[in-house]
Ligand binder design. Structure first.
Ligand code: ATP
Length: 317
């Protein structure tokens, strides 16, 4: 069992190495446990500002309860006067969408099925433990290795325990992926993650973001209207089963959406299992739009980081 260590700091037991990524709340660095030589990832989170101690302890608590191969595992945790360090398993393959847009990756519906199935598998386990992720987006789906096709869901910083008897509402998320009930401040449920999975699937297949507007406000308003379609030509070559899958997730009424476990029973996700042995080559999907999507999100992340700094500057002055 992992307990948050207060009498020692990460550097007492691990050698901290190069940076792997930056998030809203701090940096993630490569590290190595001296005792075992094991390679891991250390996420440094400063207390104060936007995240307080309670939120970080919530993330630790949730990660501890989620032991599943598709969910990022916590290995160790430290706390000192003004920060936390979460030592987690190392995921080496980079973001899923970055891998997919790489020239050496052939993007087919079958490949999308393979990824969506793993995402649903991880989320189904989370929901079986009564935990909601609440920040499902492409940046939080990493590839385990550079070559393989296994994925991991990361970032439980916004995850919440869910009790069906209690009314849970939140006001956060990423506009393009957030469900209408969040925007409307209505009660949320496991279905809230399934909306986001629907958006991820829509983007993966087409490179198009179904609710994206000219501004954040416009995006949120598009989400609350929950109107979208498959009219773009990118969908001409997409199968009806795939469209049916998305249609059963992007429903305004959360009660009508498929659950993560029913997704796994959907004919589209069962497909490549069923058609094993069929050697007709699959048609590869265009990556042009998906590349644009990935570059745009990168820019946005950089701009958001800059705005956050500026906001801090304003409050400091
Ligand atoms: P966000 O701003 O995305 O909410 P955050 O502060 O909650 O970020 P994470 O999303 O957990 O932080 O991590 C930030 C980045 O660090 C990730 O996008 C990813 O690129 C990288 N990263 C996180 N965890 C790992 C890991 N275990 N192995 C490798 N890279 C990781």
């Amino acid at each position: 069992d992992i307990t948050v260590k207060k009498d020692r700091w990460v550097t007492d037991l691990y050698t901290v190495d190069t940076i792997l990524g930056k998030g809203k709340f701090g940096e993630v660095k490569k590290c190595r446990e001296r005792r075992t030589g094991r390679h891991l990832a250390a996420k440094f989170i400063e207390v104060g500002g936007i995240q307080d101690r309670k939120d970080i302890l919530n993330e630790v608590d949730i990660m501890k309860s989620l032991q599943h191969p598709r969910l990022l595992q916590l290995y160790d945790a430290f706390e000192n006067r003004d920060s936390f360090c979460l030592v987690m398993e190392l995921v080496n393959g980079g973001e899923l969408f970055e891998r997919v847009i790489n020239d050496d990756f052939i993007l087919t519906e079958k490949a999308c099925v393979m990824f969506m199935r793993q995402i649903c598998d991880g989320v189904a386990f989370m929901h079986s433990q009564n935990i909601l992720h609440l920040d499902m987006k492409p940046e939080n789906i990493l590839c385990l290795t550079r070559e393989g096709n296994r994925i991991k869901i990361i970032d439980f910083g916004l995850a919440r325990k869910y009790n069906p008897k209690d009314d849970l509402r939140v006001l956060f998320g990423t506009p393009e992926f957030v469900a209408p009930e969040v925007v409307n401040f209505d009660p949320i449920s496991p279905s809230t993650d399934l909306w986001s999975i629907g958006v991820i699937c829509y983007v993966l297949l087409s490179g198009l973001s179904p609710f994206m507007g000219e501004s954040e406000q416009e995006t949120l308003s598009n989400v609350t209207f929950a109107t979208w379609d498959f009219s773009a030509e990118e969908f001409n070559s997409i199968s009806n089963e795939a469209k049916d899958f998305i249609s059963k997730l992007l429903l305004k009424d959360p009660r009508k959406r498929m659950s993560a476990s029913s997704c796994l029973d959907h004919q589209w996700l069962r497909r490549s299992v069923k058609r094993e042995g069929n050697n007709t080559p699959e048609r590869s999907l265009s990556k042009k739009r998906l590349r644009k999507f990935v570059y745009r999100r990168k820019w946005q992340k950089a701009i958001n980081a800059m705005l956050a700094l500026r906001r801090m500057g304003v409050t400091l002055s």
